[in-house]
Design a protein around this ligand. Structure first.
Ligand code: ADP
Length: 260
């Protein structure tokens, strides 16, 4: 189990965090943050205490899509996450730094250190599900995060243009090596629904996600279409108003496999 991994850091003594779910992707821009925030919003609506640890330091978009602008506050005990309108607790470098202190130029070990601190020094309080928006890729930074924070499961996000099979296999191997269960894969930007005729247009061709999932023995948790309303709400910081069923299967899988 996860407790046996000697690399794992202890979270803050004031925290009681029941489940930690990592959301990973092979590269940036495939919709990992969208999936993370949508899952958080849906599960918060079901009444769970939810946190998002934004570990995607080079593209920290979680506070923006949830409309959080106030910086975090801290005292000698630690740092307190900010809350969205519906009470999702969020910690992100975006809530620590001024605009001109871009973390994009930070080196890997510094990034990994900051992510670790979000686990050890942040007073999350009582959390049912903590979602980790992981740094994209399968390089050193995500690897260090995997070794520092006790994940109960991961969700892989891909898009049809991704070199899907390679990325899914890499993420799969990383999770396997660390003994972390893979909850499943989400395919984002799978298709576009024509607003006139209602047909699903497969912009990037036929999806291979089902084949790959079957080959690896993992579950497809959902296929999210390109949805202009989703993009607009995220842009306006109103992700909590997203109200669709694209990820309802993912939510029930989390509840089934990692119930609290
Ligand atoms: P990542 O976290 O993988 O870098 P994001 O979740 O930030 O990617 O998504 C990148 C951009 O694409 C964002 O502006 C987001 O609003 C938009 N986007 C992602 N998925 C969709 C979708 N299914 N429909 C419309 N826009 C999307």
């Amino acid at each position: 189990g996860r407790e046996e991994n000697s690399f794992i850091e202890k979270t803050h003594e004031l925290n009681s965090i029941k489940r930690v779910i990592g959301v990973v992707s092979g590269k940036g821009g495939v919709g990992k943050s969208l999936v993370t925030s949508s899952l958080a919003v849906m599960m918060r609506k079901k009444g769970y205490n939810i946190g998002i640890l934004d570990a995607d330091i080079t593209g920290p978009s979680i506070p923006k899509v949830l409309g959080i602008n106030d910086k975090v506050k801290g005292n000698e005990e630690g740092m307190y996450p900010q809350k969205s309108n519906n009470g999702i607790r969020v910690m992100s470098v975006n809530l620590l730094l001024d605009k001109d202190e871009s973390p994009i130029i930070w080196r890997g070990p510094v990034i990994a250190g900051v992510v670790k601190q979000f686990w050890t020094d942040v007073i999350w309080g009582d959390i049912d599900y903590l979602f980790l928006d992981m740094p994209p890729g399968t390089g050193d930074v995500p690897l260090t995060v995997f070794q520092s924070i006790p994940l109960d499961g991961i969700i892989i996000v891909t898009s049809p243009q991704d070199l899907v099979s390679m990325i899914v296999k890499k993420a799969y191997n990383m999770a396997k090596a660390m003994n972390i269960p893979i909850l499943g894969i989400v395919e984002n930007m799978s298709y576009l629904k024509c607003p006139d005729c209602g047909k699903n247009i497969k912009i990037f061709g036929e999806s291979k996600i089902d084949e790959i999932a079957e080959e690896l023995g993992i579950t497809v948790l959902g296929k999210i279409p390109i949805d202009p309303l989703v993009a607009e709400l995220c842009d306006k910081g109103e992700a909590e108003k997203i109200n669709n069923n694209y990820l309802s299967n993912a939510v029930s899988t989390i509840e089934k496999k990692l119930g609290v």
